[in-house]
Design a protein around this ligand. Structure first.
Ligand SMILES: Cc1cc2nc3c(=O)[nH]c(=O)nc-3n(C[C@H](O)[C@H](O)[C@H](O)COP(=O)(O)OP(=O)(O)OC[C@H]3O[C@@H](n4cnc5c(N)ncnc54)[C@H](O)[C@@H]3O)c2cc1C
Ligand SMILES: NC(=O)c1ccc[n+]([C@@H]2O[C@H](COP(=O)([O-])OP(=O)(O)OC[C@H]3O[C@@H](n4cnc5c(N)ncnc54)[C@H](OP(=O)(O)O)[C@@H]3O)[C@@H](O)[C@H]2O)c1
Length: 503
């Protein structure tokens, strides 16, 4: 029987991995990316961008970091070099069509994943302007979550960016500038950064380094999140606290049986204790209390929702807050006025010439808009969380998978497991359950995410359950779930990508 023709949208971390695993299973995938190179979110970033997780957790399982990279948290340039070496090593480039934007995909017939129609993939060649339709059996969307479609908060008419005399941009535009241009752009300006995720933090630091306290940069934000000064609280590697099976025994899991549920309930004080242990360490290392930055919620919640922010050179940041090069303004709501931002909470006004929205991205919109069919678009983005079986398959969208949408604390590791799983599914190594069963499973994970991440459940984070999640994928693929030698190692040793190299 002829192998299915597979099209992959996106040629970055997720797309490269998916391409590699499809080739390994004998497919001849065709990969489209609108950019002129294969660097993904890592190409256009702030100067200071480094890997957030230790490199042992963010590496290709069969292509580890070269010995020449000593740093545990590689730089943007090292990341790019690594991706290029991977693509060259596995000869992926002949499969990749760059500067090829997938404008839309449409399916000729069928209403469930199992239908056997064809996808029409309409691709625009950015260089020539020509449009071509590729007819394929299976589409894998690896189009990324933190790029392309900015999330801009909504404001009442008359209090929106239009009224503002200065300039308002999204962090995406700032990151796209080369570093010198970005520095020249903010120099001497009163800047307000909206949002205090990793991007907001990095941009504020850059502004403070350029402008000092003469033109302070103000961060306007809604909620505090835990900042991690290093990956070894009180000397214990973080991976021993949150990346082993024992840590997962302490929390309730979707689809757990009675015994695991009982154990999680009995051990929940320990889970709370581990969180407090880390929180106390962070509060000892960082002056969060002094600057009113202690989060209202637990460290464990930020871990589950993948909202912790690694802050290696925290002294620079807190020095900048101390000397008022960076000012912090917390408020649940704010608006624009002619000369800046007005903060509703206490009716203060912050003058600004430049407002930078570091408010994240609308990854779900990107997924939704690629479908010609509004029904499929609605299936994907009609609820707060993109509902995917194994975080890859929508049971009612035929012959299509998504990789790289749901988040983890090390997205490369997670995308690799998913790429392996989807390639095995395509090969016929296992069959999917019925639509009804898949929907029930999605509902269980949905419930888990609501419980564990609260208002952030839309992020679809598997932050604290990476191994439990991998277990499901291994079970489907017929791989042994126990990846270490011996029960002690399986229970207590941290798990990472290299544990899943062998079948
Ligand atoms: C600045 C930054 C730093 C990060 N740091 C970390 C980190 O330290 N650790 C971590 O785990 N995660 C990190 N992340 C999350 C990061 O998104 C993932 O780790 C990973 O790089 C995502 O890879 P991806 O291939 O899934 O998506 P992307 O890198 O976003 O790639 C998607 C690709 O699809 C292409 N594409 C999209 N739509 C189309 C279309 N219609 N047609 C053709 N091509 C299309 C895009 O051009 C893009 O190249 C970071 C994200 C950002 C923005
Ligand atoms: N490796 C690195 O150095 C690096 C650098 C940058 C980014 N990243 C990664 O890239 C991803 C994206 O990061 P990001 O910081 O761009 O986005 P993000 O993590 O989604 O954070 C968005 C921020 O904007 C705020 N926000 C969202 N909507 C808002 C609204 N309507 N009004 C006010 N505030 C709003 C959020 O506040 P609330 O918390 O209150 O919702 C949050 O502070 C993350 O995974 C991050 O770890 C990594």
């Amino acid at each position: 029987m002829d192998k299915k023709q597979v099209a992959i949208v996106g040629a970055r971390v997720s797309g490269l991995l998916t391409c590699k695993y499809c080739i390994a299973k004998g497919f001849n995938p065709i990969v489209f990316d609108l950019e002129p190179d294969i660097d993904g979110v890592w190409l256009k970033t702030m100067k200071t961008t480094r890997l957030q997780a230790p490199k042992a957790l963010y590496q290709f399982s069969d292509f580890p970091w070269p010995d020449s990279v000593f740093d545990h948290f590689p730089t943007q340039q090292q990341m790019l070099q690594y991706f290029h070496s991977y693509a060259a090593h596995f000869q992926l480039m002949p499969h990749i069509k760059l500067q090829s934007r997938v404008n839309s995909i449409s399916y000729d017939t069928g209403e469930t994943f199992e239908s056997n129609g064809k996808w029409n993939v309409t691709v625009n060649d950015i260089r020539t302007g020509d449009t071509k339709v590729y007819i394929v059996d299976f589409v894998i969307l690896c189009s990324g979550r933190f790029k392309d479609v900015p999330n801009i908060p909504e404001f009442p008419v008359g209090k929106d960016p239009k009224i503002f005399k200065g300039k308002a941009i999204h962090s995406m535009e700032y990151a796209a500038m080369d570093h010198d241009k970005a520095a020249a752009f903010v120099k001497g300006k009163k800047v307000v950064v909206v949002g205090f995720g990793k991007t907001g933090l990095d941009i504020a630091r850059e502004c403070a380094a350029i402008n000092g306290s003469e033109h302070p940069c103000t961060i306007v934000y809604r909620r505090d999140h835990w900042k991690l000064p290093d990956w070894a609280p009180w000397g214990i590697p973080f991976t021993y606290l949150y990346f082993n099976r024992f840590s997962e025994l302490l929390v309730h899991k979707p689809g757990e049986g009675f015994l695991l549920s009982l154990l999680a309930t009995l051990l929940s004080p320990l889970h709370w204790g581990v969180s407090k242990f880390v929180e106390n360490y962070i509060k000892m290392k960082l002056p969060l209390a002094k600057f009113n930055m202690v989060p209202q919620h637990s460290f464990a919640k930020d871990t589950r929702a993948c909202l912790i922010c690694y802050m290696p050179d925290s002294d620079d940041f807190f020095d900048a807050v101390e000397n008022e090069s960076i000012k912090l303004k917390k408020s649940t709501s704010f608006n624009f006025y002619e000369n800046g931002i007005s903060v509703d909470e206490d009716n203060t006004r912050i003058e600004a010439e430049l407002v930078i929205f570091a408010t994240g991205f609308r990854g779900e919109e990107k997924l939704k808009n690629i479908f010609d069919s509004s029904t499929f678009g609605h299936f994907i983005a009609g609820s707060p969380r993109v509902p995917l079986y194994r975080e890859c398959i929508h049971p009612r969208i035929p012959q299509l998978a998504v990789i790289g949408y749901s988040e983890s604390l090390s997205n490369m590791y997670t995308s690799e497991m998913r790429a392996k799983w989807v390639a095995a599914l395509l090969e016929g190594a296992f069959k999917l359950p019925s639509v009804d069963e898949m929907e029930k499973d999605i509902a269980k994970w949905d419930e888990y995410m609501k419980q564990s991440s609260g208002e952030y459940h839309y992020r679809s984070s598997i932050g604290a359950l990476e191994i439990w999640y991998n277990d499901q994928l291994c079970k489907d693929m017929g791989m042994n779930r126990m990846r270490k030698n011996g029960p002690f190692a399986n229970l207590f040793e941290p798990h990472g990508p290299l544990d899943y190299t062998k079948p």
